[in-house]
Design a protein around this ligand. Structure first.
Ligand code: 13P
Length: 248
């Protein structure tokens, strides 16, 4: 059975001290609650080891290198991420695709290295506003999925978590309606079934991201193909993040 997951993506926010304090207060606030989902925090690289060693929450990096090791100044490898105790890595976020030129070919390498080092990729896909208006959003999302992921074996693919994040909904306050999100999630699941079969598709967690918050999480998570969320802004405050987690 696929898992319900709520993952926070801190992006480039919080000092080390703020991040550690946040993770501890989130864990304390969740203690004693009966959770219906796994909770992950996606932190900057420098927070990973400290957060992973001080809380039992899932921990994700927000990126890793497309190279295994060597003379790549400033890069952080998948093996290094794994050595911190983090179990997940967010890959293919639209901010990385747009601002840092990450292509499907580069992301394919990152996914392979993440998996080879025992990390589960949280792989982001999603169309721009322009692509939705031109009615090519299904094609765009399919191409992102096929080009970066469909070279994987079924066994490896089953370790991947998908995050559908329409670019027009990220940080804009414009959430996809639950109908729009469900429609795309069902399409993604059907695409996965076409390649890997119904069982793998059924077991794949597909998260929604883009202005998700405590006010809309419940309706989004109630959709049959929405298995949780990848949360930006609303994951930065414990009081805002808890209602999202409680959307399940
Ligand atoms: P917001 O929740 O701030 O829109 O960000 C979503 C996101 O990009 C998560 O990866």
């Amino acid at each position: 059975m696929r898992k319900n997951i709520v993952a926070g993506n801190w992006k480039m926010n919080k000092s080390l001290q703020e991040g550690l304090a946040f993770a501890k207060s989130l864990e304390a606030a969740l203690a004693g609650k009966t959770l219906k989902c796994d909770v992950i925090v996606g932190t900057p690289f420098i927070h990973l080891a400290g957060v992973a060693s001080s809380v039992k929450l899932g921990v994700a990096a927000q990126n890793c290198s497309d190279k295994a090791s060597g003379a790549y100044t400033g890069e952080v490898s998948a093996a290094m991420v794994a050595s911190t105790g983090a179990k997940y890595v967010i890959l293919g976020h639209s901010e990385r695709r747009t601002y840092y030129g990450e292509t499907d070919a580069i992301l394919k390498e990152k996914v392979l290295l993440a998996l080879a080092n025992g990390l589960s990729p949280i792989f982001c896909i999603g169309e721009t506003k322009d692509e939705r208006e031109k009615n090519v959003h299904f094609d765009v999302v399919k191409k992102q999925t096929v080009d970066a992921l469909f070279g994987l074996s079924a066994e490896d693919f089953s370790k991947v978590i998908i995050a559908y994040e329409p670019v027009w909904a990220i940080g804009t306050g414009l959430t996809a309606t639950s109908a729009q999100a469900q429609e795309m999630h069902a399409y993604i699941r059907k695409t996965i079934a076409g390649k890997y079969g119904e069982v793998v598709a059924d077991n794949t967690s597909i998260l929604y991201g883009g202005s998700a918050n405590g006010g809309n999480a419940k309706e989004l998570f109630a959709c049959p193909d929405i298995d949780g969320g990848l949360i930006g802004g609303a994951s930065l405050d414990v009081e805002k993040f808890i209602p999202v987690i409680e959307g399940f």
